[in-house]
Ligand binder design. Structure first.
Ligand code: ATP
Ligand code: MG
Length: 378
């Protein structure tokens, strides 16, 4: 029997828990031609959520999903966006070329066929190099297409924080002026560097200041996980009691990726027609931590004593710990608040922790568990 818990890739409706309010909010934003910045830490479920929302659009709304992860500058941004815009509207080779000719005059289209015989289009970037106008052309295309076809277009830019790493900031500067007055087009920007996206939208000096609503995506509440997890066990003739689900959600803070991963491991350990025991949860956690232990040990070794103690404190204290307070400093032998300050800065730079409600959290929930389990006090 197939393990009903999925982790790693984008999950579809069958493995998707709750997010009802978020789906409603996205649906509203998409169908009202709004702009929205959805951001969260890594693997919180942004892509899965937005892709599901795209499948629920009315017929006259055409989704265009653009993954900016592989892009590294203006040229690849233009080529990737043009490709997504063409493939969203056309499936036959002839029509793709026609479409490319009509909307992207400055780009050179190249048609290929994938393994299943479906045509795919790519845009050559040689001519893009010197051409500022090709960026404008690509950015005005969604509105032009929407008007020409008499439909609405929903453009999703996933991994939007990539554009901050481009050598030039032309796109950020151009984007706002071009998209702000477009009609019949909605834009959803997804980003996983929380503070960068926040800065982009909320900093008055940013070209994208208030260019759209900002929408932080949080964990899934335990009350939603309980029926979701219980049902999946039951459907495969296994059983888990609610208090155990509550326990495991506490271990993962309800973070979707870690929750699914842990459930996957627990499910494996439980035989059909049996009930999950507390010991199985513990041994599933041990197994997951053992798998990572080499990497975690190496990571741990690379940290300074103050950074380790700060992490130990964050892993041990309940959420919202006042890390600069005297009690924290004393309990974790950190000398002074300024010692904590520089440790926190270094940990933030290495993306090991993130800011959360006036405090900090360890991003990799299993690393947090590993620290607690091995209770590494140096
Ligand atoms: N609504 C959900 N219900 C159940 N599991 C979910 C849900 N959303 C996400 N997950 C779990 O989290 C994992 C990561 O989801 P997804 O790739 O959508 O997150 P993301 O925020 O886009 O990640 P990244 O920051 O890496 O782009 C999935 O593989 C799945 O295990
Ligand atoms: Mg994603």
């Amino acid at each position: 029997m197939l393990n009903p818990f999925r982790y790693g890739g984008v999950v579809d409706q069958n493995a998707f828990c709750n997010r009802k309010q978020e789906l409603r909010d996205l649906h509203r934003s998409m169908t009202q031609d709004e702009r929205m910045f959805v951001y969260s830490e890594r693997r919180m479920g942004k892509t899965s959520l937005v892709r599901l929302a795209l499948t629920q659009l009315p017929e006259d709304y055409i989704p265009v999903y653009i993954d900016l992860w592989p892009t590294d500058g203006d040229e690849s941004f233009v080529a990737t966006t043009a490709k997504a815009l063409t493939e969203a509207f056309e499936t036959s080779a002839d029509r793709m070329l026609q479409h490319a000719g009509a909307f992207f005059k400055r780009l050179i289209p190249v048609l290929t066929v994938d393994e299943e015989g479906h045509p795919q289009i790519r845009f050559e970037s040689q001519r893009v190099k010197e051409d500022v106008k090709s960026l404008d052309e690509v950015l005005v295309a969604p509105e032009r297409i929407a008007h020409q076809r008499g439909c609405h277009v929903v453009v999703v830019f996933d991994e939007f924080q990539r554009i901050l790493e481009y050598p030039r900031d032309r796109i950020v500067r151009t984007l706002r002026s071009i998209i702000q007055n477009q009609t019949n087009v909605s834009y959803i920007f997804l980003g996983s560097r929380k503070h960068l996206i926040q800065q982009m939208v909320l900093d008055t000096a940013s070209p994208l200041y208030r260019a759209g609503a900002h929408y932080p995506l949080g964990p899934i509440p335990t009350t939603e996980w309980i029926p979701f997890i219980r049902e999946r066990f039951e459907q495969s003739h296994k059983h888990i009691d609610d208090p155990l689900v509550r326990d495991l959600c506490e271990h993962t803070d309800g973070h979707p990726f870690y929750t699914q991963h842990l459930c996957h491991a627990i499910w494996e350990r439980c035989e059909p027609n049996c009930k999950v025991e507390k010991a199985m949860v513990e041994s599933a956690i041990d197994l997951l931590l053992d798998r990572e232990s080499y990497a975690y040990s190496a990571l741990w070794e690379s940290l300074t004593a103050a950074q380790r103690r700060t992490l130990l404190g964050l892993a041990s204290e309940p959420a919202g710990a006042q890390v600069f307070g005297a009690e924290f400093v004393q309990s974790y032998r950190l000398q002074s608040a300024s010692t904590v300050q520089s440790a926190i800065r270094a940990l933030l730079d290495r993306d090991l922790i993130d800011r959360e409600n006036g405090s900090f959290l360890i991003l990799d929930r299993f690393f947090g568990l590993w620290i607690r389990r091995t209770s590494r006090q140096d």
